[in-house]
Design a protein around this ligand. Structure first.
Ligand code: FES
Length: 98
């Protein structure tokens, strides 16, 4: 869905900017290449940024901070999601049978 008709910017574009590190509406507008328009979208962008920041801060509070990236264990025969999760919680993936 379009957030800004004047600049043809979609919700996915805005979410992508925020996922890439934009934390303010000004940063989102700069990253999405906004040019001056009617301004109708400004409130919507502020709301999206505010909701994203709130959700991000809540997730960090619940998890103890931003989650680091980790390699996804290779899924071999007989390994289901439960086993992969258990292995990752133990600190690493168990060797897989090739
Ligand atoms: S809708 Fe975004 S500037 Fe017009």
């Amino acid at each position: 869905m379009y957030v800004c008709i004047c600049n043809a910017v979609t919700e996915d574009d805005v979410n992508g900017c925020m996922a890439s590190g934009c934390r303010t509406a000004r940063e989102v507008k700069a990253a999405c290449g906004f040019k001056p328009g009617c301004g109708t979208c400004t409130r919507r962008i502020h709301t999206m940024v505010s909701e994203y920041r709130t959700a991000s801060e809540l997730a960090d509070a619940l998890t103890g901070g931003p989650a680091g990236l980790a390699a996804v264990p290779e899924q071999g025969p007989g390994r289901g999601p439960e086993q992969i999760i258990a292995e990752s919680e133990e600190g690493g993936a168990a060797p897989t049978a090739a």
